[in-house]
Design a protein around this ligand. Structure first.
Ligand code: ZN
Length: 482
């Protein structure tokens, strides 16, 4: 048997190499397929992402969003209907031009996103205010011809997501949907997956193609770069006009619907999960989405008593969660390292001495600590740990994140914070068109971006723009991005 390679790169010192080792050595994905920019997702990531899908879909369904499966092929005609949208997406579209040997008169796009097919159906389904709000979502893979460097889970040409689309009768209802999306993101990404983030309204110059208002969550990587997580948009009414999404209102008048969409990318969120919680030993899965929650390592596995005990424990604990016994021919020490690297929440080390003393030794990956408990308390203890586990990961992650947001009042201070891998919070003239020049100056001199404003910002700006010195209308956050 070949010796399992462990993680040797340090997360804080060499994040990029650490991430590559994590992906390959814990077998999250195989990058060796001959499809450029795409990867083979392996069981250790798929099992976890299936759980992520389930949690997110259940949350959406609870809030009244209904699942649909729309075609992957989108006729070019649909994409062309809204000019800003097609302008924004054309460079990234994979085109299907042939069916067998026959060349299509009109080509199809492999969905880069599904607005243009979903809204064309909205126009057939929505008639009156009684039909609104109309709430749909689908889980799907999407295709984008990325020309920037691809990175597993973070940016690839095919990725996995949920897209939620809805139509509403008023702008206010649409805005409430956007707020619900932010709440959903908090409930799932933060409270279950343990990812700290800030939800920003993006500046006028950084909106989704065809959006009227764009809101997006930014998470932070150890190299000081933010990574965009779900975004939610109030779509420009040009869309409802282009796709004829109209309804007869209570006053008898025909009106254009207000449309919103929200796109949590499961594979990319998975990246933030492993980046946020992983350490120099390897992965650390939140309890709720671990591929397997408990591994039992029989230390003297040829001993019949140990084997019986392992099987008995497995049966008992399987009623609570997923359990696996490691009977491989590795030495116990290798098995310990291996499962720590794989990020299994709890390991049970089963030895003869414990068996005689009616004790059980547990290793908790949340605290990286061994504990010894009386055998009869095992079920109670696992139940207790399952409730604390993710909370411990969240507390730690939040502390790191909050420590990296710092106030700055001029370009020099912004530079310093960015250089230290932080996010700078500054007074800024405007996130409308007129502020773009100041944003460009920051980009040029610091290599960082104005990510936007926080909707729930407590303090309102009263000072001067840190860049141009004019009256500041907004407080913005500045960070490096991928
Ligand atoms: Zn300014």
């Amino acid at each position: 048997m070949t010796k399992q390679k462990g993680i040797t790169a340090k997360k804080e010192k060499n994040f990029s190499e650490w991430f590559t080792q994590i992906v390959q050595r814990t077998k999250l994905a195989d990058l060796r397929s001959n499809v450029k920019g795409c990867l083979v997702f392996q069981p250790w990531s798929v099992l976890s992402m299936e759980k992520m899908y389930k949690i997110l879909e259940e949350n959406l369904q609870r809030k009244g969003h209904k699942p649909y499966w729309f075609p992957t092929l989108i006729p070019e005609e649909n994409l062309k209907k809204e000019s800003e949208h097609i302008g924004g997406f054309t460079p990234e579209v994979f085109w299907v031009t042939h069916g067998g040997k026959k060349k299509f008169e009109e080509k199809f796009a492999l969905r880069p996103t599904s607005e243009t097919i979903i809204y064309s159906m909205f126009s057939k389904w929505i008639r009156s205010y009684n039909d609104l709000p109309f709430k749909t979502y689908q889980r799907a893979n999407v295709f984008r011809y990325e020309t920037k460097a691809t990175r597993p889970f973070l940016r690839s040409r095919e990725f996995y997501w949920i897209e939620r689309h809805s139509a509403h009768s008023t702008e206010n209802d649409a805005f409430n949907q956007v707020k619900e999306d932010m709440q959903t993101t908090k409930e799932v990404l933060h409270n279950i997956f343990g990812i700290p983030f800030i939800f920003f309204e993006r500046p006028a110059w950084d909106k989704f193609p065809g959006a009227y208002r764009t809101f997006a969550a930014d998470a932070l990587n150890p190299d000081g770069k933010v990574i965009q997580q779900p975004s939610t948009h109030i779509i420009s009414q040009k869309f409802s006009k282009a796709f004829d999404v109209k309804f007869k209102d209570k006053d008898g008048k025909e009106k254009l619907a207000w449309i919103t969409c929200y796109g949590p990318a499961i594979s990319r969120i998975f990246a933030s999960i492993i980046i946020t919680h992983g350490d120099d030993k390897g992965l650390k899965f939140p309890w709720e989405i671990a591929p397997i929650n408990i591994v039992i390592v029989p230390i003297n596995q040829d001993d019949k008593k140990i084997k019986n005990k392992a099987e008995k424990l497995k049966k008992q604990l399987q009623k609570l969660t997923s359990v696996k016994i490691d009977y491989s021919d590795k030495r116990p020490g290798e098995k310990f390292n291996y499962w720590e690297m794989k990020g299994i929440p709890i390991r049970i080390d089963l030895g003869l001495k414990d068996l005689q003393n009616k004790k059980i030794t547990l290793f908790r990956r949340d605290l990286d600590k061994k504990i010894i408990i009386p055998e009869k308390e095992i079920v109670k203890e696992i139940k207790k740990i399952s409730k604390e586990f993710t909370q411990n990961l969240i507390k730690k992650a939040d502390k790191v994140f909050e420590g990296r947001i710092k106030n700055a009042s001029n370009l020099k201070e912004i530079k310093k914070i960015i250089k230290q891998g932080g996010i700078a919070r500054v007074e800024f003239c405007s996130i409308d068109k007129e502020g773009e020049r100041c944003a460009e100056k920051i980009e040029k001199e610091v290599g960082a971006e104005v990510r936007g404003t926080k909707l729930d910002e407590k303090k309102k700006s009263s000072g001067k723009c840190a860049i141009c010195g004019k009256k500041a209308n907004h407080i913005v956050y500045i960070a490096k991005a991928y």
